[in-house]
Design a protein around this ligand. Structure first.
Ligand SMILES: C[S@@+](CC[C@H](N)C(=O)[O-])C[C@H]1O[C@@H](n2cnc3c(N)ncnc32)[C@H](O)[C@@H]1O
Length: 298
């Protein structure tokens, strides 16, 4: 199966549980998250026609629209399941979203159609990210801008995998002494739903890239962008965030108590503040987990 086919199958299967898995919502919590990234990267606070590529369930475009940055919202994704979820969320918040099934590497829009093109956590799924940047450049109007966020850096991703493995080992050791942390053994493949089986089988086939800040900036320049800027975010917050995610996946539901979610989120916010206010000034950009890219069309 080629990588695009795998992405369609995987994300169609992921669509129904995607918001719950990644704590995506369309309320103040996620609006502020998106607004914070927009304030950091975008020179303006309002854009007329905004397209999100690889929109998933609409986390980035719908929350940016709610934050007031977007006049007319457009979204595309290669997964029809994700698009359906995105349209449903748009309907619930009253956003008149124009959504289409499309491959990021060959967009079904005329040249110069948008004032801002955005994307969040989609570039690393594409066989040819450079082709997607060229397409983003083509569909932008003159003077338009590109904002990509939420892409894993190479070092950040390696660190996250190590943290995941160590946490998993630590939880299993702890579970030998604390039975409430012990998950019942899986009942075997036969007990999985079709979606669960697809997610399990394709988990390692859909994440194709990680990014190095300087190389990503050069790729955007080659695609035609100028005023290119690459920033990164999340270091300690990402280490703790991945440990928390692994822990939550390893123990039975509810084992961490009712107040766990709020506690974990508050801890993340404090650590994010530490990362960006202090560590980002002192440490190399490529150690941080998430990459943000900005560029303009002349
Ligand atoms: C990790 S999800 C991110 C979704 C959303 N942007 C978010 O941040 O919640 C990646 C998304 O990229 C989409 N995708 C993968 N390959 C694609 C392609 N070739 N063209 C367009 N979208 C693609 C997937 O279907 C999925 O919805």
């Amino acid at each position: 199966m080629d990588a695009k086919q795998a992405n369609i199958l995987y994300h169609d299967a992921a669509a129904r549980s995607y918001d719950a898995k990644w704590s995506i919502s369309f309320d103040q919590r996620c609006i502020s998250y998106v607004r914070q990234r927009a304030e950091r990267m975008l020179p303006r606070t309002h854009y007329a026609r905004v397209l999100e590529i690889g929109c998933g369930t609409g986390f980035f475009i719908l929350n940016l629209w709610q934050a007031g940055y977007v006049e007319r919202a457009f979204a595309c994704d290669i997964s029809p399941g994700m698009l359906a979820a995105c349209l449903e969320s748009a309907r619930l918040i009253g956003c008149d979203l124009d959504a289409r099934a499309a491959d990021a590497e060959s967009l079904p829009y005329e040249d110069g159609s948008f004032d801002l093109v955005i994307g969040h956590a989609f570039l690393h799924h594409l066989p040819d990210p450079a082709a997607a940047l060229r397409e983003a450049h083509r569909v932008l109007a003159r003077g338009g801008a590109l904002l990509v966020a939420g892409e894993p850096t190479r070092k950040g991703d390696r660190m996250a995998r190590v943290v995941g493995r160590l946490t998993s080992r630590a939880v299993r050791t702890a579970a030998e002494f604390a039975p409430k942390l012990r998950k019942p053994p899986p009942e075997g493949a036969a007990s999985l739903t079709q979606d669960e089986r697809i997610l399990q089988d394709l988990e390692w086939d859909v994440d194709l890239h990680t990014f190095v800040p300087e190389e990503t900036a050069a790729m955007a320049r080659r695609a035609g962008f100028h005023s290119v800027r690459v920033e990164t975010e999340e270091l300690v917050s990402s280490v703790v965030g991945w440990a928390v995610r692994t822990l939550e996946a390893e123990v039975p539901p509810g084992a961490l108590g009712a107040r766990w979610g709020a506690f974990a989120y508050r801890t993340y916010l404090r650590l994010y503040d530490l990362d960006q206010r202090f560590l980002y000034r002192a440490l190399p950009k490529d150690l941080f987990y998430n990459l943000l890219l900005y560029g303009e069309k002349a």
